[in-house]
Design a protein around this ligand. Structure first.
Ligand code: SF4
Ligand code: SF4
Length: 428
């Protein structure tokens, strides 16, 4: 009977998750191409270093170690959850125990990490609620964002408590156990005076509560900032390999420049009837690339980018974290309508101005500090450059100082107000 109940719950969980994944896939279909994904060797190496070894997170030593422990603990606990699913469907008990010593070590790691993570989550909750840590606050983080964070932290805490409870009552109720449980084995004797039935009941309550919470949590994640639990590793894998700060050329503009420099060759190179790009840069959510969107889904809202942004630090209207959150917000607000009502849907708003002001866009110094600091290799400056490209190339809406430089380049072939013919006059 319990196998049937478990299998039905699992099927419902997978069904709902598949529906959410399909909706996100439809939103990805609205996005534009970014860059070709190649160099898999380099990407795997980067994923190991940045994602699994959490290289960047240690720049902030204490918070970094705490987050890394939670991440590594989750990786271990994942194997325990897979075993629970196998046990639940097949009616087995400790299905992976055939692995012998490896299983013993795995169970030992899971047991230790369950307590470590529980303690760290309590610290995170206290830190978030009582300590005024600047990077965990910001005008872009609404009340919903904070509630979202508390819900996820509470879920994880209960998951760890039920995991520890499972281990404790498993040890208290069995003399012949498999696996090693270094911490729970110290607590289990406290409960060994209870009747066998009570211990079994408590073990079952913890087992079912743990797995049902995992099922619920997995289906809340796609709608929460904690979706990064799924998206962060893919985001690091797909992150750009070119050096930060290297601007991507726009093919259409390269052709225009070639045409200007050498009309004959450029005409010869341009295929007949080639369509002009629908829009230069990014105005709204249909213009973002799949990489911009995956960045927004992977963002943990940790605020490390904003905390190092010189524009933000000096009081400008710019928070790189907000920009990434805005992509996801806009996709949620407009993307679902575009999917349902077609590409002509319009709500009279756009990402630029209604979500991200031009003041924010022009406040960026393109120093790349945000992208360098982000533990998930999110690339803010490239996105900001594309917003600027729209403003300059579609609206000619650059700040006055830049417009003066543009016209100097156009008229003098140099950014200064003197002809490039005169550039050596200073020698005289
Ligand atoms: S963009 Fe990166 S550094 Fe900034 S809040 Fe998101 S995850 Fe943190
Ligand atoms: S690149 Fe722009 S957004 Fe990023 S840290 Fe520098 S000024 Fe801030």
């Amino acid at each position: 009977m319990s196998q049937i109940i478990f299998s039905v719950l699992l099927a419902i969980t997978i069904g709902i998750f598949a529906y959410s994944a399909f909706r996100i896939y439809q939103l990805f279909k609205l996005t534009k191409p970014a860059y070709p994904v190649k160099d898999f060797g380099k990407r795997i190496k980067r994923t190991i270093v940045n994602a699994f070894l959490q290289e960047r997170i240690f720049r902030n030593r204490i918070a970094g170690i705490m987050h890394a422990l939670v991440f590594w603990g989750f990786c271990m606990i994942l194997f325990g959850s897979i075993e629970m699913v196998i046990d639940g469907v097949a009616g087995t008990e400790r299905a992976l125990s055939f692995a012998g010593v490896v299983y013993d070590l795995l169970m030992a790691a899971i047991d230790i990490f369950a307590y470590i993570i529980a303690i760290l989550i309590v610290i995170f909750i206290i830190r978030r609620s009582l300590l005024n840590i600047k990077r965990l606050h910001g005008k872009e983080l609404s009340k919903k964002n904070h509630i979202d964070a508390y819900i996820a932290l509470s879920f994880i805490l209960i998951l760890m408590i039920t995991l520890a409870g499972m281990n404790i009552f498993y040890l208290a109720g069995n003399s012949d156990t498999v696996g090693i449980y270094p911490v729970s084995s110290l607590i289990a004797p406290v409960f060994s005076s209870m009747s066998g039935d009570t211990i079994e009941l408590l073990h079952n309550i913890n087992w079912w509560a743990h797995i049902i919470l995992i099922f619920i949590f997995a289906n809340i994640l796609p709608y929460s900032k904690h979706f990064h639990i799924f998206m962060s590793i893919p985001n690091v894998f797909f992150s750009r390999l070119t050096p930060l700060g290297k601007m991507t050329n726009m093919d259409s503009i390269t052709k225009e420049v070639k045409l200007m420099m050498n009309p004959e060759t450029a005409f010869a190179a341009a295929p007949e009837g080639e369509a002009a790009p629908a829009r230069f840069g990014i105005l709204d959510i249909e213009d973002v690339t799949w990489k911009n969107y995956i960045d927004s889904l992977a963002c943990t809202q940790c605020g490390r980018c904003t905390s190092v942004c010189p524009a933000n630090i000096t009081g400008k209207e710019l928070s790189p974290r907000k920009m990434i959150i805005d992509i996801r917000r806009r996709m949620k607000d407009k993307g679902n309508h575009l999917v349902k009502e077609g590409k002509d849907y319009a709500d009279g708003k756009s990402l630029i101005r209604d979500y991200i002001s031009t003041e924010e866009i022009w406040a960026c110094t393109t120093c790349n500090a945000c992208a360098k600091e982000c533990p998930l290799n999110i690339d803010h400056p490239t996105f900001i450059l594309d917003l600027r490209r729209y403003l300059v190339m579609e609206e000619s809406a650059a700040p006055a100082q830049l417009n003066a430089i543009f016209s100097n380049i156009e008229n003098n072939g140099a950014p200064w107000q003197y002809s490039n013919q005169d550039r050596l006059n200073w020698t005289e």
